[in-house]
Ligand binder design. Sequence first.
Ligand SMILES: Nc1ncnc2c1ncn2[C@@H]1O[C@H](COP(=O)(O)OP(=O)(O)O)[C@@H](O)[C@H]1O
Ligand SMILES: [Mg+2]
Length: 287
Amino acid sequence: MSVPIELRDVSHFYSPGTAMQVAAIKNISLTIEEGEFVGIIGHTGSGKSTLISHFNGLLKPSKGTVLVDGEDISQSKEVLRAARFKVGLCFQYPEAQLFEETVAKDIAFGPKNMKLPEDEIARRVAEAAKYVGLRPEMLDKSPFDLSGGEKRRAAIAGVMAMEPKVLVLDEPAAGLDPRGKKEIHELIRNYRSRTGSTVVLVSHSMEDIANLADRVIVMNHGEIAMNGTVDEVFSHASDLQTMGLNVPEITRVFTALHDKGFDVPPNIYSVKEGVRILRALLEGGVG
Ligand SMILES: Nc1ncnc2c1ncn2[C@@H]1O[C@H](COP(=O)(O)OP(=O)(O)O)[C@@H](O)[C@H]1O
Ligand SMILES: [Mg+2]
């Protein structure tokens, strides 16, 4: 199994050597394997954004080593540049970085940087726009004429158009209404099933992570507190609560029903799935 991202004992200090020094992440070792969908959760300030900024060398570790495709990215400019293209980072509120005169040019920004041929850039822009649900006529508009959700999708398309080996998204649905949130989650899910790419999703919503990711890394005060499958991590509800995180309400309901002897699975993470099971239970006359 190939390992596109590996961190070995990585720490990052902001304002090092000053009275303001902050150890934002401490002694982090982790691997992200090819094709995985990894969720990262943790309280505000737990180090999530700092952590993922190391995945493509945007931040340099104060201590430790970052490997992309098995190569230490600090070894040369060339390896670092390659890592920037292999690992596509989509920041929080990425629409703030739209600045070109048309949506098409904005989506083309990354592929242009990669010095791809014009026709390949055009192909990628059209494809990425289609997959995030931006109609072709929107491509010639100014990004400032789009709605909030459309802007967000245009910014995500720009990272997807680089066709990175690993797509990393920092709270991609933050600040959107429930419908906008759902659209973003759908497009991430579709992107994953279509491309089979490795995806890392940062979210503070356990429900979102449970519904999308295979594996969960829990950050707490700059350290990895848990790292396991959704089922493993969510079975530690009280530990998660201590870290300022809550398992979804629906999960707590099902765990309680299960513990009381009802014939339901304890590991239900979505209301939709919960309703389906309860309905079957009621129709079956179990009680
Ligand atoms: N540019 C910065 N300068 C100084 N401290 C920072 C900076 N960015 C983040 N921090 C601090 O580092 C810690 C981790 O922050 P961050 O990685 O943004 O966490 P999260 O994304 O989980 O909210 C916090 O204590 C935060 O205040
Ligand atoms: Mg953050």
